[in-house]
Design a binder for this molecule. Sequence first.
Ligand code: SAH
Length: 234
Amino acid sequence: MMTNADPRELAKFSELAHRWWDTESDFRPLHQINPLRLDWIDGLAPLQGKRVLDVGCGGGILADSMARRGADVLGIDLAAKPLKVAQLHAIEAATPRVAYREVAVEALADEMPEAFDVVTCMEMLEHVPDPGSIVAACGRLVKPGGWAFFSTINRNAKAFVFAIVGAEQVLKLLPRGTHEYAKFLRPSELAAWCRAASLEPVSARGLEYNPLSRRYRLSADTSVNYLVACRKPA
Ligand code: SAH
């Protein structure tokens, strides 16, 4: 079976993996946005005692933090090195109830349908060949009545200027080539895939960066980075 993954993307994340937990590395933005997205998720779908899947977990920044909020978390990715880093971090930090596996989300959906209360898939859809297939698999993995959370980058002129020119070339928040404009996703495109996967979008938030304060905040402006929360009907 063909895997829905771009080997160059996986290699890019593997190369940087040893610095995943360095908060001043290329992963600084993920560390900075993590408390914001974690609180947003936990506010909508209280994590304590929940069975959670984190798709494209990388080095485990979100997965680890959700486990610390009391969830039982499985993190999956197709890049081997970030997963090793995630596992080592869990051991070093003695994070309870977190496990990691190298498995495609489509394969896991066959193996464990409707097994999770919450599925998260953050900053990952814009790195895969067929994001609709990832969303569909996430939909199959969520229990009826459960939640799915996605985040990605919008596709329009402003998003090009902010997410590529601004973040990669001017402010150098991310390495050049981290993102490819053509792979960005409009909220309407993501919403259509969600509905096709029987996930009803119920809330969306923008993620804005202020270069002066060097801080992120959640806002109503979804024109660049944004998050979407979906519910699967009970
Ligand atoms: N979700 C994490 C990491 C984002 S970086 C966070 O927000 O903190 C993007 C991650 O997606 C990388 O770890 C990369 O290896 C992973 N990825 C890319 N293509 C993938 C695929 N097809 N299946 C699973 N993970 C993938």
